[in-house]
Design a protein around this ligand. Sequence first.
Ligand SMILES: [Zn+2]
Ligand SMILES: [Zn+2]
Length: 226
Amino acid sequence: MSVMETAIGWLAPALCVGCGSEGATICPSCILGISSFGERCWRCNRLSPGCRTCDSCRHTGSPSKVFVFTDYDGMARQLLTSYKFGHQRSASKPIAATMVQTIRRYQKPAKDYLIVPIPTATSRRRQRGFGHTELLAKHIAWQLMLERRESLRRLGHNRQLGASREQRLHQLQDSFIVRRQSLVKGRKILLVDDVVTTGGTIISAAQVLRQAGAASVDALLFAKRL
Ligand SMILES: [Zn+2]
Ligand SMILES: [Zn+2]
């Protein structure tokens, strides 16, 4: 935390985004008030045991299972906004805690995973002074006692001459490369990201991790944008 952020924290104690009570970005009873996304396919919302990506959505190259805490709405949205844009770095803890509860509910036991965060864009990291997904991944790995590695690196949106239509579409999405492939080879990966919108990001990340030899790729997300 920067000196300035610490100073702001002293001057203005965190207020709950739900009820306005002092002390934390969200209070325990407001967290309980956020409705969970449930045991569904993350893309089409159909009920799906174990949060598996359903057969009709699997062709996209999606992670096999995607665990989502809630919809990106109401308090969840306010909480994430204050975390990412309001210098409320401490909000990382309740956000990570809800994600830990989510995977514990649907995946028992949640072990053997290698936790890999979707990397925060460099410009964002510079603005905030920290990588918001990396920090969530750190808390999650610590609480679940799992190994964590920042194995993905973002690539720029570089266009290639002569690329096929499919390649061009792929380049429009986020693209990544895997650092030190030998360390993901044969591993069960659990991607960590804050919010999923079109799904392009986690699909793209899952594809490069599989190409690098990962045994399987699942994902854990805080929220799904409607
Ligand atoms: Zn509250
Ligand atoms: Zn589906």
